[in-house]
Structure formats: structure tokens, C-alpha cells
Design a binder for this molecule. Sequence first.
Ligand code: LLP
Length: 416
Amino acid sequence: MKSDSASEVKVPWVKGLEKGPKGELSFAGRPLEATLKAASAAVPAYVLSLAVVQSRAAAYRKVLAEHLEQPLYFHFAMKSNNHPALLQMLAGEGYGVDVVSGGEMQWALDHGFKSADVVFSGVAKSKNEIQKALEAGVGQLNVESLPELVRILEVAKSLKKTARLAIRFNPEVKAETHPYIATGFRENKFGVDALDLPEMADVILQNPEFLDFQGLSLHIGSQLLDFAALGDAIQKTLAVEQQLKNRGLKIKSLDVGGGVGIAYKGSEDEDSQVLLKYARTLASALKGYPGELHFEPGRFWVARAGALVTRIEYVKRTPYKNFLILNAGMNALLRPMLYQAYHRIELVPAREGASAVYDVVGPVCESSDTLGTLREFIDPREGDLAIIGEAGAYGAVLASNYNLLGAVPEVLWDDL
Ligand code: LLP
């Protein structure tokens, strides 16, 4: 009766990369090797499963709806993955989108999102981007500074339009994540310091014709697995909201950003525990909150929906170290080099025998081009596939043509 064991927690979504008892891999429920072979898929390539994203987004929405009493709105953070079919699918499901540039805004509008469902974040909005956003009628501009607010006001006046906006508050908390992806500390470039808020409130109150204030927004960092700092940040935000209300501003909503991490070194069961912890933190911090809640998730929806398929070009053994040299590296996936991020690496076919330790590196002419260090493999051979797991978020979007290695396509797994 092994299969019914209580330890087999059912995660409420389609799983990404899984390893069977004999080391055989499946992705989104289908055998990986046979599917790639039958499709004669190009290597290197990313594979992306929309079924995984769709089911994870639905689970995310459901878990939060079960914990929170407020109306909830979800805006997918397109910076994590901007595949056209993915965006069309999410728009079709009724989700909104979070964009950080004029380019992303146009891409969102071109791929099915209604302008009212677009949230425009980002610290460096140009006049031109603001103009385009107001002309398109985007749902919300998340304002990052007093000079940006002044600029939005000028553009709104010149176009005779009203800008719907939120102010991104910097709550001065230190999220436990890699420093490059923490955003809510006072030394980060993001968000508005509490000291600047009264002046910004006055600008808004003096210009009701042009500035339609929605509320505050927050985003303290990405790949969060612990939410104590987020709980603190929300508390600080609610206190600041009260001060803004006392000054005469009306508040309709709170945008709590994204940031929910996944267990890159762990199982999908752990992901669901992380999500639950997030929902509980929000439920306790926002009990009785009278407005709408908005979210900007990226990674949690898409990371496990993608994998990078590469091939072993050489197995190189030196007196000091063994290397698996793959035909894609930092040109395709920059996360290990930029954030010391861990990505699982699995070989196809799986073999039996004794294992040895290898560094897994790419073809780029830089020593930093290392995808994983001290990984154990059994009898890896030239020509084997090396699958880099959990690469659907901040993978293909960060790829480059460095060393002119050529574009790495992102193909839809569901179509193979
Ligand atoms: N909202 C804002 C304002 C953001 O800056 C971000 C991510 C998100 C939402 C989505 O966060 P998520 O749910 O994906 O954590 N390239 C890095 C991650 C950078 C995150 C930037 N901001 C990485 O590969 O880990």
C-alpha cells in the first residue's frame, strides 16, 4: 500500500521536472527523453509548460482566496517570463500584468491584456513611457519617487488625462534573500521613503483632476521563503496609510507585490508549504483591511514551468577537477552566475554505477560560466542531455547573445 502513504502530499498543480525511481525524468507529467526525441527538439532550448503555469496560478489564487477576505487582483510580473503564448493564456484567464518598461507595456497590450489590467512599475519611467501609459489608459502607475510624481502630473496635464497611481513605499525592512534581489531596505533604489510621503500626498490632493490615488504598493524582494520581514513591512505600510488618510487621501487598495520563492533545492511539496506560509502571513497582517488587495507574482507561477535542455559537449577530466562542458551556459541562464543561484542539473540517460564529482560549465569564455559546482553524476558521456531544472523564471528573459552563441529558443512543451 506504498502509493497511499500519508507522506505523499498532493500538490494542487501540474508538477514540472520530476525524477522517477530509476532516474527517468518527466516534465509536466510526460516522459522527457521520449518527448524530446519524438519532436527532434533543438538543443539547447528552453521548454515551457503552460499547463504548469496555469495550474500554479490557479492554486496561488485559490490559496490566497481561502485566507483573505478582501477582493483579490493578480498581475503577473512579466519580467520573469514574457513568452507570447504564456501571456495570451494568462490574459485569457482574466489575470492582469505587471510591467516595468514601455516595451513590456506594449508587449502586454499586444498579447491580450486590457490596459486597465496593466500595472506599470519601475524606477526610471521616461516621459515618453508615461505618455504612452496614460494614452493607453493603464490601470495603475506605481510611483517610485517625488520627481516621478511631478513628471506624471506634468504629462497628465499636457494630455488632459487622469493618471491612476499608487506610491511604492519603501518600508525599510531587510528581506532574507540574495542582496541583488532585495528591494525593501532603505539603501535600495526602490520605493519612497516615509519622509517624502507628506509632500507627495499634498501634490496628489492639490491635483485631483489629474492624479487618481489608489493606495500604496510594496515589494521587498524576490525569492522569499520566510515572510517575517513582509509581515513587518505590511504593518509599517498600514501605519503610513493611516497618516495619509489623516491628511485627506482616500485609499482603495494595497499592492503587496510579488516575491514568493520556490524550493530550488527541495520538492514541490515545499513550494506549497511556502505558499501557505505566505497566505497565513498576509491573513494575519491584513485582517480587517477594508480595501482591495493586488499581487504581482512572477517566479512562483513560472519557475517550475521551465527547464533548459542542453547537451554535454565534452567530459573533461583534469588532475584537479572534472568538468561537464555543456553547449549552453551564462548566455542562456545567468542566474547561477549573477545571484549564486542553485539550479538542479539532471542527465539523460540515467546510468548505473559509481558516481564522481564534476563542475558543470558552459561554452562561454569566462571562468564565471559555471552552472553548478561539485555535482555528483554517474558515468556522464559526451552527447548526453543535461537538463537544468526550475528555469522558467528569469531564465530565457535574461539570455543574451554573448560570444555570439546564438539565440536559445523557448519552445512550448505542451505542443511537442
Ligand atoms: N513586483 C516588482 C515590483 C518586482 O520588482 C518584482 C521582481 C516582482 C513583482 C516579481 O517578483 P517575484 O514574484 O518573481 O519574486 N532576476 C532575479 C529576480 C529579480 C526580481 C525582480 N523583481 C532572479 O533571477 O532571481
